[in-house]
Ligand binder design. Sequence first.
Ligand SMILES: *Cc1c(COP(=O)(O)O)cnc(C)c1O
Length: 374
Amino acid sequence: MAKSFPQIDFTGASLTIDLNALVANWRALSAHAPNSECAAVVKADAYGCGITPVSNALFAAGCRTFFVAHISEAAKIRAEHQDAIIYILNGLLPGTSRVYAAGNFRPVLGSMPELEEWRAFCHADDWTGEAALHVDTGMQRLGLSLAEAASLVQEQGALPASVTLLMSHLASADDPSNGLNAKQIGRFRELRELFPNLRGSLANSSGVFLGPDTHHDVLRPGVALYGVNPTPGHVNPMRPVVRLDATIVQVREVSEGETVGYGGAWGTSRPSRIAIISLGYADGFPRAAGSSRQQTGADAMIHGHRCPLAGRVSMDLIAIDVTDLPDGKVKRGDIASLVNDEIDLDEVASHAKTIGYEVLTRLGQRYRRVYIGG
Ligand SMILES: *Cc1c(COP(=O)(O)O)cnc(C)c1O
């Protein structure tokens, strides 16, 4: 990450996205499984980081395969890259086959009705564009059942030749001790034997770190590209990609024994200095990361020091206890950083009792976005 603070404009807060770190993370994931192709999952506006700048930077680095959730997301990549391979994870919505063909998008077919609708369309329109087949191995979300998959092998022509990728999704790759991993890995291995001509894809970010049994032909990392730790409980192998900074709009002296913020949930036990920053839950910062008398909240970095949040997170403002910084050090117009090289998304998430994924994807559209590199 750039060491200098980005310039803040009138938005009050800025989200800095380091595309060089993103590309480095993609390369590191590729290097982890040198015999597999490393794709990129860029759904949900590239997890809130901006699908166009993110997919452009990855494409320039050599990434050719992208996974999104929706057609509208696929269209944004296609607008920039005619030769990108784009899979749509949420499958085929009824009556949309023509849109897939027009954009040369590949549906990830996740149920028998979807497969049937796609097969009928390809036949009627002579469409030979490729598709993926999603088979469930233990997530019970999307995907054909194992029995349905097996039935495709029995029946000649049940699986169109244009289906070239066999996919499944791990439900607990972030917890290597969970027995579900071995079960899913085993089931997927058997599926690959049923469909020996299809390429295989099983691993999400955490799956990449479960070892070669999950790698197969195509890796599908998402969150790790954006710097969230794919190996919870261990040192984060990824580089930080996002930084969240907000402007201090005022600094106030608060006497001992006062309460700060909504509900008076937090109070001063000494004469205190409180900095108010221009950022709140309406910007996507989790309200649950605030503090109370019972619970410490998240921290902010101000002039290189960690300072605790003081009280509840408001819609547009947060109070921060800067009493431990020297007199006169913190001034109106200074910057407080909520997410950075030191305070990562997972740390904020732990205070909000959620996961880094949710903190990242909720970082709102209200910030000024600054891109580094790419
Ligand atoms: C979102 C998603 C991914 C990426 O998961 P991460 O945990 O973010 O790496 C991969 N595959 C499927 C099917 C997904 O829905």
